[in-house]
Design a protein around this ligand. Structure first.
Ligand code: C6P
Length: 410
């Protein structure tokens, strides 16, 4: 197994923020599903750009402008290679997953989804892959259909076959749940949808940072993801789409760069992907994301996935020994996300208790309120790991959960 040679300590020193104490204890950062920390290589790439190359892109003929444009487009190519997109022009820079999904719903959705059409989403979607479809459905008179999850936090492919009909016009589903960690059977879903010429959007916010991703093998039509969840800066992400969709989609926003020719009363559009990149983009963000991808590629996504699986199995084993804990989600194929509750203790109180020990976890509804409603709970506490986390950190975390059991006096 590749994990035997995986040494997180080799990478940890690249992350300056991890080298600190919180409330007098070494920081244990277990909130990676919310956002990851940034290695020095990413921070330096951004600083280097501002110190040496800063200029606007695709506008200037001067040297700095050419350098900035080259770096920006190199980053696009790195993203394309990272997910095995056939061409860099199929990568649209956005602010992140949320904006990527809104772009598809507003552009392709408003143009091609009509009254009476059905859009299938799952019950385990993050609000970012639910609200844009609600807004669209309200606007055009379409209907949302929901793929249910079961007691293990899993989607049964059979239920997809059941709700798929001749009215289905679009499918939007998360590749990996940010609450259960479940990796969904997206390949089968895509294959069935394609038999009926229905496009599928994957929310890759949690999968792209943690699993090798090959859009050609998946055959997804759209893939949305965020830079800040994969060691990159905030405010940058991407939308991948098949070329035929990008070509037929109208612009999402108007402004500079997305045009070819403008008259006072009309305009024509730039080629893809620029048609969707109105205004000065987040140039330093794109360059930082490119550096994050270099960093991940150097380690190897397969190695990262295997190591995270090892950490998750280890944590789950230890957590299952604490009988006061309820763990939500039990999929055999899962990522490094564990949601749980400790008896009746409010997740905010538990999270505060853990923070006093230097442990950062997330507590709340994780922007997935429909999941909480179905589980009949207000919130969960969530631990999520990345390549720099260690088994020793998990040991301390589990010890502190046991202390919490005593503290909250069961
Ligand atoms: N989930 C979490 O703590 P943005 O905010 O656009 O980068 O990503 C939105 C998003 C979309 N889909 C999924 C599956 C996600 O997990 C997220 C972000 C964070 O779970 C912040 S709420």
């Amino acid at each position: 197994m590749a994990t035997q040679s995986f040494d997180p300590l080799k990478y940890r020193t690249d992350f300056p923020v991890l080298d600190q104490q919180v409330h007098g204890k070494p920081l244990i950062y277990f909130d990676n599903a919310a956002t990851t920390q940034k290695p020095r290589q990413v921070i330096q790439a951004i600083a280097h750009y501002y110190e040496n190359d800063n200029a606007n892109v695709h506008r200037a003929i001067h040297t700095l402008g050419e350098r900035a444009t080259m770096l920006y487009e190199e980053a696009r190519q790195k993203i394309a290679d990272f997910i095995n997109a056939p061409a860099a022009r199929q990568i649209v820079f956005t602010r992140g997953t949320t904006e990527s999904i809104n772009l598809v719903a507003a552009s392709w959705g408003e143009a091609f989804i009509k009254e009476g059409d059905e859009i299938i989403v799952s019950e385990m979607e993050h609000h970012s892959n639910l609200i844009p479809w609600q807004l669209l459905a309200q606007k055009v008179g379409a209907k949302l259909r929901f793929l249910p999850f079961d007691e293990n936090g899993m989607i049964d492919f059979k239920s997809f076959e059941k709700i798929f009909s001749e009215r289905t016009r679009f499918v939007a589903i998360t590749n990996m749940s940010n609450v259960f960690g479940t990796i969904n059977p997206v390949k089968k879903i895509i294959a069935l949808a394609h038999e009926h010429d229905v496009p599928v959007l994957l929310d890759g916010a949690q999968s792209v940072p943690h699993l090798p991703t090959d859009v050609q093998q998946l055959d997804c039509d759209f893939l949305a993801f965020s830079g800040h969840k994969m060691l990159g800066p905030t405010g940058i992400g991407a939308l991948y789409a098949k070329e035929k969709y990008l070509q037929e989609m109208p612009p999402y926003q108007g402004g500079g760069e997305m045009i070819q020719s403008v008259w006072l009363d009309r305009a024509t559009w730039n080629e893809i992907p620029y048609k969707f990149e109105a205004g000065t983009p987040n140039i330093s963000g794109a360059i930082g994301l490119g550096a994050a991808i270099d960093y991940l590629q150097n380690i190897g996504m397969e190695n990262i996935t295997l190591y995270e699986q090892e950490l998750t199995t280890y944590a789950l084993q230890k957590m299952h020994e604490i009988e006061e804990l309820t763990i939500y989600g039990n999929a055999p194929e899962r990522g490094a996300v564990i949601s749980f509750n400790l008896g009746e203790v409010h997740p905010h109180d538990l999270s505060h208790f853990l923070d006093q020990q230097g442990i950062a976890v997330r507590a709340g509804h994780h922007c997935a309120q429909p999941i909480m409603r179905k589980l009949n709970i207000a919130a969960t506490t969530r631990a999520s790991f990345y390549l720099y986390n260690t088994k020793q950190e998990i040991d301390f975390f589990v010890e502190q959960l046991k202390e919490a059991v005593k503290f909250f006096s069961f």
